[in-house]
Design a protein around this ligand. Structure first.
Ligand SMILES: Cc1ncc(COP(=O)(O)O)c(C=O)c1O
Length: 434
């Protein structure tokens, strides 16, 4: 009977791998050019791992999640990690832990949290959802990260924390951020959802501040379908995030036994020691993550090769395009390739992105531009530092095109040629009208 089960699994494995080998084709085909912003990072092994986990019937958070957390902590060289069901949930857990009464000097309602205006929605929503006040600071156009010169102006007596975003995978200057945070006694969260594998000073992003968060959504450097992870070197924050992640019960805490001893009259499976959510990932996500993580470095090599090629190619159009510059001491992992149109560009973002799209090259805004300009902010208290003019430029004059592990030489050349033909078209148009 047992042998039969293994034989069936072997057959399923070979069928899935066979299917994926034949039908997972994410390479570039010049006769039918289509270059998507993102391509799957998985193959038959990940699909089989997911199916095998389903077949085991042990699908809800358990040993595989724990094992993947240890694997991720090892990869980043950060002591602890807590997996959740998305990068947004990881951001939520981080703020929930830092506001929780069990955390020494925890954040309290009305406290201010500095955030970059160029960030993602769920970088900021947990701040608002915990009755804290986001204070939005402008970015710098050369690296797209928080403008360090504007941080002092963001301070008030209520400032208690700063969230940084390593925009598009480009690490922030963490020496400067940590010095600022230390000087003003601030908690630091690194929203590293776009920066898996990025380093600053040879050290993984996410490990500088109190908590760092990553995303395993489909479009990211590696994927578990949906998924996220929070990393920290602080054991107490780890325990708090484990408890908040699942209902507020003590079951997932390393120190579960301590609570059993403290509350012998309560069923040990249901001791609620805090508030909580249900932000758990599944064993299926973790099984995929276990196979994806060893591939991360090779994907990053490909992203960096493609980015170097684009940087070189676009340098000839320096008067039109501003490309993102890698932070000194940082290793950029290129979530995509962001470009800002300079004032001298005779064309608009719409002109160039429509052309690229027409030629089969997908584009998108850089994150979502200046978050302060989104309608949701009309509903909630927040503070804006200065005029956020640079984040406005990113929103009005920026776009990103694909720069991922599946961009091969053919795709790179096609993108470069398409930029050339667009510029040539505009030059000729200019000549004819001028
Ligand atoms: C900076 C940033 N933070 C958070 C997230 C949210 O991650 P998820 O989609 O896994 O919820 C994203 C998503 O791309 C992001 O770019």
């Amino acid at each position: 009977m047992k042998k039969n089960k293994q034989a069936l699994l072997n057959t399923i494995h070979s069928l899935i791998c066979d299917y994926c080998d034949k039908h997972f084709d994410f390479s570039f085909h010049p006769e039918q050019p289509l270059i998507k912003l993102h391509e799957p990072t998985i193959n038959g092994e990940e699909v089989f791992a997911a199916v095998q986990t389903m077949l085991s019937t042990f699908t809800t958070m358990g040993k595989k999640v724990r094992a993947f957390e240890a694997q991720y902590a090892h990869y980043t060289n950060i002591l602890y990690s807590v997996m959740s069901n998305s990068g947004s949930s990881a951001n939520l857990l981080a703020i929930a832990a830092l506001t929780n009464p069990v955390t020494p000097h925890h954040l309290t309602p009305g406290d201010e949290v500095i955030v970059p205006a160029l960030s993602w929605s769920t970088t900021i929503w947990p701040i608002i959802q915990h009755q804290l006040i986001p204070v939005m600071v402008d970015c710098h156009l050369h690296d797209l990260n928080l403008d360090l010169n504007k941080l002092e102006a963001a301070l008030s007596p209520k400032t208690r924390a700063i969230i940084v975003v390593h925009v598009y995978g480009n690490p922030c200057n963490m020496d400067a951020i940590m010095a600022f945070a230390k000087k003003h006694d601030l908690f630091v969260i690194e929203d590293s959802c776009e920066a898996m594998g990025a380093t600053y000073n040879e050290k993984s992003v996410g490990g500088f501040g109190d908590i760092g968060n990553f995303s395993f959504f489909f479009s990211h450097h590696i994927s578990t379908m949906e998924g996220g992870i929070s990393v920290t070197n602080n054991f107490n924050l780890t325990e708090t995030m484990r408890i908040l992640r699942a209902h507020g019960w003590s079951r997932e805490a390393d120190e579960h036994q301590k609570y059993i001893n403290l509350y012998p009259d309560i069923d040990p499976r249901f001791i609620f020691i805090n508030v909580g959510y249900n932000l758990r990932p599944t064993e299926v996500n973790a099984a995929m993550g276990q196979l994806q993580l060893p591939k991360l470095d090779s994907f990053i090599v490909k992203r960096r090769e493609a980015a170097t090629f684009f940087l070189n190619h676009l340098s000839q159009y320096d008067e039109f395009f501003q490309c993102q510059q890698e932070t000194p001491k940082g290793k950029h992992v290129w979530f995509g390739f962001p470009v800002i149109l300079k004032d001298k560009a005779p064309f608009s973002v719409k002109d160039i992105t429509s052309y690229l799209q027409k030629k089969g090259i997908e584009t998108r805004p850089i994150i979502a531009g200046n978050m302060a300009r989104h309608p949701a902010f009309k509903l909630y208290q927040h503070r804006v530092v200065g005029d956020l003019s640079q984040a406005d430029i990113v929103m009005r004059k920026g776009f990103a095109f694909p720069c991922h592990h599946a961009i091969d030489q053919g795709a790179r050349k096609y993108i470069a040629d398409t930029f050339d033909s667009f510029i040539e078209g505009w030059m000729n148009k200019d000549k004819m009208t001028g």
